[in-house]
Design a protein around this ligand. Sequence first.
Ligand code: TYM
Length: 332
Amino acid sequence: MTRIFSGVQPTGNLHLGNYLGAIRNWVRLQRDHESIFCVVDMHAVTVWQDPVELSKSTREVTAAFIAAGIDPETCVIFNQSAVPGHAQLAWVFNCVARMGWLNRMTQFKEKAGKHKENASVGLFAYPALMAADILLYKATHVPVGEDQKQHLELTRDVAQKFNNDYGREVFPITEPLILGEATRVMSLRDGTKKMSKSDTSDFSRINLTDDADLIAQKIRKAKTDPEPLPNDVAGLEDRPEAANLVGIYAALADKNREEVLAEAGGWAFSQFKQALTELAVETLGPMNAEMARLLEHPDEIDAILRRGAERAQAIAGPVLDEVYDTVGFLRV
Ligand code: TYM
């Protein structure tokens, strides 16, 4: 049996990287796999979040899931804090994971920056909570973008150590699913930096809420080099901006990069950007409209989250019981 689990933090606007690296793959996987998708609000508060914005963003991410094509009937969609087992299992995993493992996490180093002493304990323990998210449902596969690879390796280490320490095969060893041509979408302003919600320049990313004009403007202003597009993938080497735009185009068109370059090799960027804009607007436009429609009915979104949390709890409850029994926590 396979079971998919994945999550997104409700920390501001979702962008094209979140969509192409993760959410779009979930839409395909949901057809053949039992799927659980989580808005990870507890991860969000590892750095300061305005409470009003956090609730708003939780509804927005939920709306984005549904607008992108996740079916709330067949999939479980919920917010992390609504199922207490995430925090409960995370505590057990805090005691399984080693300081040395967490010290190696590049995301912590990036996010804590020079002020490590001032980072929250939660930010340091973040990957243990992530392991708990996944293993609370004994998920077998986790579809994510490339930046989450290290966290998923830690999840496997936690599962393995727990199973070894207690001499019982409680948890599966989860497989990451890093799929498609845009597993690491880069900034439109700098092809060596990841497209990210926290970049200070809004022109570095395409947000799922951007309208057609703004998408066109951002693509027009995207950094490029002076050469025309190469005829094959080898020609993208050392051209990070070109490689990024071709990857985005390929993912949106559902082609591979070879196919895109077979067609667009030799084009000037002005022509390619025009085609990319049309494709992006075609894909994101309807999603944008559906998100806006859903957000006019917050009660419906809340009802989906409530029902999702109940269904998630029904799966998580017995797993947490098994963990508590394994650890020797007395349940009377
Ligand atoms: P988050 O919220 O940063 O991102 C959500 C998903 O989007 C992917 N992603 C990208 N993919 C390609 N290019 C990019 N530029 C890009 N930026 C983001 C991420 O890889 C991710 O799949 N720790 C996770 C959330 C999480 C989680 C989990 C994921 C918490 N618990 C359990 C899977 C399973 C995060 O911060 O994602």
